[in-house]
Design a binder for this molecule. Sequence first.
Ligand SMILES: Cc1cc2nc3c(=O)[nH]c(=O)nc-3n(C[C@H](O)[C@H](O)[C@H](O)COP(=O)(O)O)c2cc1C
Length: 308
Amino acid sequence: MKPDMRVSFAGIELTNPVIAASGTFGYGIEFEEIVSLDRLGAFVTKGISLEPMAGHAAPRLIHTAAGMLNAIGLQNLGVKEYVAKKLPPMQRYPQCKVIVNVFGCTVSEYVSVIEQLNQAEGIAAYELNVSCPNVHAGGMAFGADANSLEYLVSRAKTKSARPLIVKLSPNVTSIAHMAHVAAEAGADALSVVNTFLGMAIDPEERKPLLTNVTGGLSGPAIKPIALRMVYDAAKAVSVPILGMGGIINTEDAVEFMLAGATAVQVGTASYADPRAVERLVKGLESWCKSHQMERVASLTGALEVPRA
Ligand SMILES: Cc1cc2nc3c(=O)[nH]c(=O)nc-3n(C[C@H](O)[C@H](O)[C@H](O)COP(=O)(O)O)c2cc1C
């Protein structure tokens, strides 16, 4: 029997729980020659800002022992051009839901991007990247401070005509607390988590390898920590969680769902294999069949924790 692969969160129904993560799948349409886009549950655009941004100078991607450090600097073409050029061709793939990742340097920039996106057709939800520096708070990330997070999410929620997913920063002391703050401020769902701040050094040159000095660590290196964060966040809130961080194979995706994720996102894996997301869709379906599962959704939160 074919398992039911559908999942739903925040009023959105996906044909399956596998989503391409922000910043690793372009604007989606660039992958149409390589990937059967209609097989994906959804994809998240790279971060979209009010004005176009060139990003940081190279080098901005470094391989590490078990992952990748990036300091792309949120390069993107800006909301106007995104809506005019990149969003319309995605209508050819109606099964693949489009989630737009939004960021700004101030709360009003975030709000302006959302207001412009509200006018466009073909978007299922917004994902708020709160890992950006807040210029009004000395450059501290919105997502690193509970008050800034609360204010940003509540303002964005008021202006949003679509479900609002808040993508939490892992660079905090308590992810459970930040999850609770975002949910109380109006988040319809949470993405857990963004990249972990890290750095790499050339010992001979005595210089940082990234032009930006520090960058975000992703890939298998972060998986156990990201998994623990999904587990902690899922216990703290009742809104759905989209789990991510180092997912490479089917079993990784299953683990994130057992820890409490309703759906999973796949980022760095697409760099090694551009078909990784599609491969995971098939893998998860086979896993459900071989485990005689009728519904993939029954994995969510089904972790059995032994009593102490
Ligand atoms: C090159 C690169 C660019 C990224 N750009 C964004 C971005 O624009 N907005 C965002 O919210 N997350 C961004 N991320 C974070 C990923 O979406 C994801 O949260 C993170 O990499 C962890 O998942 P992974 O280990 O599967 O890559 C980026 C990650 C990478 C590797």
